[in-house]
Design a protein around this ligand. Structure first.
Ligand SMILES: C[S@@+](CC[C@H](N)C(=O)[O-])C[C@H]1O[C@@H](n2cnc3c(N)ncnc32)[C@H](O)[C@@H]1O
Length: 394
């Protein structure tokens, strides 16, 4: 079991040792590296950090032995991971991941991002941060600046207030009507659970149809909007991450619509989401996903972005990182003047084939895939799909 404790002056030499050992094991010391000179500077910096109230310099212990160094700064705007080094003997045991996950939880709780710098010659660290959902936001000398933000920062009170557009857009009767009809049919007389229930765009009319609906939602601001339409007894909701939290009871249908599985930014989290759906379903239960088909055919080599919509007053620009399967949608709203409002949402896009494999990993098989909620045939040109995955009946 690891433990993090405040560093003292007695740890200064160890902190230099472990940093040096970890860096040397990664083969990242320059041929002309001057150890004595480096130690002098590093130990001085450690002593200053111990005295600095804005910085927490810590020792990581495993079973009572010192095995690593952690330096974190906390500002009103962010949690900053300034450094984490583990002795090579204790690497690859999940300690680094566990510590960073704890820092993510702290940042999420405070509603601020978790930021860090990673040297471009440190691919192991970079892989870990990519896997944990960090995004590159800039460069600083030989380092990339990376940031992790929790979904609740995107879906804040301002966005939640503007989300509902009764009668138009995603709230139009010709969008919602077929959605609710199909979900009621797929619930097959049982209880339904909506992952990322939001303001209840679908859950409220589905519940009104007589289907008992529960939900999971990360954003309390979105949930507050739902609560203006349905109380806890009508639509119970657990606040948390749809890839992890458990809702009491058993369901015949779990559904995740409006492209929202792509809000999970790593393949790991998306697979965990499938597994979490399976955990809530009775045998033969269904998991329904509505998702767009990635528009990579619109992206010629060397072109990092596509214009999705260019209407008077609204432009949608999608920027791609094809290595990470990430697309950031930039929604610009503007009027006649020079001011514009920007809402930006990052997604991990998924091919239908990858989605099917995620389903398979969680014990599902594909029951049907259509281009929309009215069972239009899905073709190579369909821009999105409604996929129904089913657990085995026994
Ligand atoms: C596009 S809205 C969809 C809301 C609703 N399902 C609908 O169809 O209108 C995305 C919602 O997903 C929620 N969300 C994003 N990531 C989530 C996560 N990991 N777990 C639970 N909810 C999440 C957001 O807070 C937001 O309410």
């Amino acid at each position: 079991m690891y433990r993090i404790r405040e560093a003292s002056l007695a740890d200064v030499e160890f902190l230099a040792d472990v940093t040096l050992t970890a860096t040397r094991a990664q083969g990242r010391l320059a041929p002309d590296f001057d150890e004595a000179d480096w130690r002098g500077g590093f130990e001085e910096w450690s002593r200053e950090s111990i005295d600095d109230p804005a910085t927490d310099l810590s020792v990581i212990e495993l079973d009572g032995q010192r095995v690593g160094r952690l330096r974190v700064s906390r500002t009103p705007e962010a949690v900053e991971l300034n450094g984490i080094q583990l002795h090579p003997d204790v690497q690859n045991r999940g300690i680094g991941t566990a510590i960073i996950t704890e820092l993510q939880a702290e940042a999420a709780g405070r509603g601020v991002p978790l930021e860090l710098h990673v040297e471009r010659d440190n691919p192991d660290a970079r892989r870990l941060y990519d896997r944990l959902g960090f995004h590159k936001t800039g460069e600083d000398g030989a380092e990339d600046v990376m940031q992790w933000t929790h979904g609740t920062q995107l879906w804040n009170a301002e966005v939640a207030k503007r989300y509902d557009t009764p009668g138009t857009g995603m709230f139009a009767a010709d969008v919602l009507g077929p959605t609710v009809d199909r979900l009621a049919e797929l619930a097959d007389g049982g209880r339904a659970l909506e992952f990322a229930i939001g303001t209840g765009r679908v859950a409220v009319p589905l519940a009104a149809r007589g289907v008992p609906v529960s939900g999971i939602e990360l954003s309390t601001a979105m949930l507050a909007e739902l609560r203006t339409k349905a109380d806890e007894t009508a639509i119970p909701v657990v606040v948390g991450d749809m890839s992890a939290v458990r809702v009491p009871g058993e369901f015949s249908l779990v559904y995740l619509v409006y492209n929202t599985i792509s809000n999970l930014l790593t393949q790991e989290e998306q697979v965990a989401c499938f597994r979490n759906a399976a955990r809530h379903l009775s045998p033969g239960g269904r998991f329904v996903i509505e998702l767009w088909v990635p528009e990579l055919r619109r992206l010629p080599p060397g072109t990092p972005a596509t214009v999705g919509i260019a209407d008077p007053g609204y432009i949608l620009l999608d920027t791609y990182d094809v290595l990470k399967q990430h697309v950031v949608s930039h929604h610009f709203h503007f009027g006649e003047g020079t001011q514009a409002e920007l809402f930006r949402s990052p997604h991990r896009y998924i091919w239908p084939a990858e989605l099917d494999l995620m389903a398979q990993l969680a014990g599902f098989t594909l029951e049907s895939r259509h281009a929309d909620w009215s069972s239009t045939a899905f073709t190579a040109d369909s821009p999105s799909h409604v996929s129904v995955f089913r657990l085995a009946t026994t």
